[in-house]
Design a protein around this ligand. Structure first.
Ligand code: ATP
Ligand code: MG
Length: 390
């Protein structure tokens, strides 16, 4: 049986004149996500995009799973394609949805008739198809309010499509329709969630990770790559820079007052990330910070990090409780990786009594004790390792 995937756009439908370019972007994103699974044809038609594999060998289960993580899609359905002949349609419905109808206790039929020349009207299609399905599955009952399965019959211009319940899409906006931003990614729980949340709003990601070997291990870096791979299932390709941070951290330890260690480190991370971001055509930075989580995330400390850069800094987790962040990290499957216990550069040289109400002038003064900071920053950027995460 010929099968396709029907894609219902999410917020896209609301975007008026931009709709076309948004749809094109969505198709491009789906194409790149399916590239290694075979050839697919994409057709736009009345706020639906049809995706069809060009070979019977293609793994459609995997394709549907991949598509379900592409932003900009409200819902998707796997459908069978058949001729616009009612007898063929009702038989196809029974055959195509046999397993699901066996498992269901209740059902209803919904018809969408965009081809007004089709001889039966929607209520008649529902009634007749429903009666036929009942005659084939004795255990089934009709429930128009809360059925286990909705059998949808769509009569379109060339063909009829039949499908069961649709699958919820990833929502949001197609990646790339809202510009580019750089996520400061650690191995923790919050930053992968922050990356996911901004990608969901259509932002294309690049990433910056700071590593401080030998204080941080190779395993810690691998963990971050693993996390980015999981985020990339939603966001698409992430160009990543791993910045060597050891020298700078040692300088902070040797030259700055201990109470400011973390906040100065955070500021320098932001400065380096901003430089990389500019180079990468990004217009904003993203972090996983959340008010009050740790001493470096009081609003006073955040103010001190914020003014280290000129770019806007997005912190989508800012008002969330840890439990809420964890819930998302479980949903996107980063949680189990995040909780693996490897040192992050944030956990080396942590002050015993960090300042929770730092003043910008004091922090800047303390930071100025590193007189060769500009050179160190340049050197770190020059030695950063570039990794493309897909
Ligand atoms: P996370 O769970 O994201 O690590 P956290 O609550 O542990 O966050 P911190 O360790 O204080 O908080 O880090 C705050 C933010 O700073 C992170 O969300 C991340 O955006 C950034 N950050 C921390 N460590 C690194 C790192 N090694 N490389 C890049 N960014 C980092
Ligand atoms: Mg952390």
């Amino acid at each position: 049986m010929r099968e396709i995937v029907l894609i219902k756009n999410g917020e896209l439908a609301l975007k008026g004149l931009n709709r076309n370019s948004f749809e094109d972007k969505l198709i491009k994103n789906m194409k790149s996500r399916l590239a290694d699974l075979g050839k697919f044809e994409f057709t736009k038609s009345q706020s639906t995009i049809m995706v069809e594999a060009q070979s019977d060998e293609t793994d459609l289960d995997l394709a549907v799973e991949r598509i379900s993580k592409v932003f900009g899609i409200a819902a998707l359905s796997r459908a069978c394609v058949c001729e616009k002949d009612f007898d063929i349609i009702r038989k196809a419905a029974v055959q195509y949805l046999e397993e699901q109808l066996e498992d269901a206790a209740t059902f209803k039929v919904e018809a969408k008739r965009s081809d007004k020349k089709f001889p039966m009207k929607s209520p008649e299609i529902c009634r007749e198809a429903g009666g036929y399905i009942l005659s084939k599955f004795n255990h089934l009952k009709v429930d128009v309010h809360n059925p286990d399965i909705i059998v949808t019959i769509e009569i379109r211009d060339k063909y009829a499509f039949i499908h069961g319940n649709s699958i919820k899409g990833a929502g949001g906006m197609p990646t790339g329709t809202s510009g580019r931003a750089a996520i400061l990614i650690s191995g923790g729980i919050d930053s992968p969630v922050a990356a996911y949340m901004m990608a969901k709003r259509g932002i294309e990601l690049c990433a910056v990770h700071f590593a401080s070997p030998p204080y941080t291990s190779e395993l810690a870096e691998m963990k971050v790559m693993e996390l980015l791979k999981k985020v990339a299932k939603y966001s698409g390709t992430i160009t990543t820079y791993v910045v060597p941070f050891t020298k700078i951290q040692e300088k902070i330890r040797d030259l700055c007052p201990e109470e400011y260690f973390t906040i100065i480190m955070r500021r320098i991370m932001m400065e380096i990330s901003e430089k990389i971001a500019v180079n990468q055509n990004c217009s904003a930075l993203i972090t996983g910070e959340s008010v009050g989580q740790v001493a470096s995330q009081t609003i006073y400390a955040l103010a001190c990090t914020d003014c280290a850069v000129e770019m806007p800094v997005f912190r989508p987790c800012i008002g969330m409780d840890k439990e809420e962040i964890i819930k998302i990290s479980r949903k996107i499957d980063t949680f189990e990786t995040s909780i693996q216990p490897y040192e992050d550069c944030c956990t080396v040289f942590t002050p015993k009594h960090p300042k929770t109400r730092p003043h910008v002038e004091d922090v800047a003064k303390a930071q100025n004790k590193i007189t060769d900071l500009d050179e160190l920053v340049e050197e770190a950027i020059k030695n950063a390792k570039k990794v493309i995460i897909r």
